[in-house]
Design a protein around this ligand. Structure first.
Ligand code: ZN
Length: 322
C-alpha cells in the first residue's frame, strides 16, 4: 500500500481549520512527492525501490452523491492519462486493503513480473484483483471462462466516504450553518512506477523501449564521424535540422545531437537503439547530395526511410502523437 498515513494528515488539516462553508466544496488537494518505504528486498529497478515518486489527491465533498461524482470524474481523468501514455492497461475493481472504504479501482499494466493477479471474465467482461475473488469462477456471472494474468499496479482510486472524516471530525457548515461530516475520496498514481512498468512491458531483451509520451527524449541526430568525407560536406546540417525539429509541437527539449563524433556512426547508432529513442536520424552519404536526404529510423514501427528535411518533419509530426 502506498499511502497509509497521508489520508490522516490531509483529513486532520481539514478538521484543524474548522468547519468551512459548503460553498467551498468540492475541494481537491494533491501533492507530488518522494515517498519512502522500508522495503526489505528492493528489486526490479524502480519498481520496488525504497524511494519513489507519487502523486496523491484527496477529495472532499458535502454528500455521498457528490463524492461519487468526484470519484467517477477522477477515474475518467486517470483513464485519459493512461490512454495518453498509450500503453494498454487494465482497470479492475480493487481490494480496499488497509485503506477501507466502499469502492476502489486499480489500474494495471500486464506483465509477467507483476505481483498482482488480475481476473478477467470472457463472458461478461468483469475484471478484478483476485484478492477479491478467490474461487475459479467469475463472481458476477459465475462463468468458468476466466483468465488470470499478472499485473503491475500503477494507480489506485478509493471512494472513502466518512471513514477518516468521521473519527477525525473533518466537517463543513451546511446551508443552515450546522456542521456535517465531509465525504472523501483518494487517488494515487505511482509516477516512477509507471516509467519502470512501461519500460518493463515494452522493452526487448537488449534494448529499452518507451511510450512516446514519457520518453526522456524522442529524437536523436547522429552527425558523421570526425574527419570523414561526409563530415566535411554536411557542416551545420545537424544544427539546422535540430532547430527545425525543435520547432515542431511537443519537440522542444525533446531532441538531442550525439556529438561524440570521435565514435563511428555504427557505434552511436547501436547505443541509441539500446537507449530506445523513438526516432534516430543519421546524417550520412545521402545527406551530401544537393537536396540532402536523411536516414530516419522509426524504432516503434521498425522502419528505415530516406527523407528530405520537409518529408522528415512531416513524418515526425504525424507519427508522434501524445
Ligand atoms: Zn463474468
Amino acid at each position: 500500500m502506498y499511502f497509509k498515513t497521508q489520508e490522516e494528515t490531509v483529513t486532520t488539516l481539514l478538521s484543524n481549520i474548522g468547519p468551512i462553508s459548503y460553498k467551498s466544496f468540492p475541494l481537491r488537494l494533491y501533492q507530488i512527492t518522494s515517498k519512502f518505504r522500508d522495503e526489505i528486498k528492493p528489486r526490479f529497478g524502480l519498481m520496488r525501490a525504497r524511494e519513489f515518486i507519487m502523486k496523491d489527491l484527496y477529495s472532499f465533498d458535502v454528500d455521498l452523491k457528490s463524492a461519487q461524482e468526484t470519484y467517477s470524474e477522477l477515474n475518467d481523468s486517470y483513464d485519459r492519462i493512461f490512454r495518453n501514455i498509450g500503453l494498454d492497461y487494465v482497470k479492475v475493481l480493487g481490494t480496499s486493503g488497509n485503506i477501507g472504504g466502499s469502492i476502489s479501482h486499480e489500474f494495471h499494466y500486464q506483465a509477467d513480473i507483476g505481483e498482482d493477479k488480475i481476473l478477467t471474465c470472457s463472458e461478461c467482461g468483469y475484471s478484478a484483483n483476485t484478492e477479491l475473488s478467490g474461487d475459479c469462477s467469475c463472481p458476477k456471472c459465475k462463468s468458468k471462462n476466466i483468465n488470470i494474468s499478472s499485473g503491475i499496479e500503477i494507480a489506485h482510486t478509493f471512494l472513502l466516504g466518512d471513514k477518516y472524516s468521521k473519527p477525525l471530525k473533518a466537517t463543513f457548515l451546511n446551508i443552515k450553518g450546522k456542521p456535517e461530516v465531509l465525504q472523501m475520496g483518494c487517488f494515487g498514481i505511482g509516477i516512477s512506477r509507471i516509467m519502470a512498468a512501461a519500460v518493463e512491458v515494452m522493452s526487448l531483451e537488449q534494448e529499452i523501449r518507451w511510450p512516446d509520451a514519457i520518453a526522456p527524449f524522442n529524437v536523436i541526430i547522429l552527425p558523421p564521424k570526425f574527419g570523414s568525407k561526409e563530415e566535411q560536406s554536411t557542416k551545420n546540417l545537424s544544427e539546422k535540422l535540430y532547430t527545425a525539429i525543435e520547432n515542431l509541437p511537443n519537440l522542444k527539449d525533446n531532441i538531442l545531437i550525439d556529438d561524440r563524433i570521435s565514435l563511428t556512426i555504427g557505434r552511436r547508432f547501436l547505443e541509441a537503439k539500446r537507449i530506445g529513442y523513438r526516432f534516430i536520424i543519421v546524417i550520412g552519404k545521402t545527406s551530401t547530395e544537393n537536396v540532402p536526404l536523411f536516414e530516419l529510423n522509426d524504432l516503434k514501427l521498425n522502419i528505415q526511410m530516406h527523407l528530405t528535411e520537409s518529408e522528415l518533419l512531416c513524418y515526425i509530426k504525424d507519427n508522434l502523437i501524445f
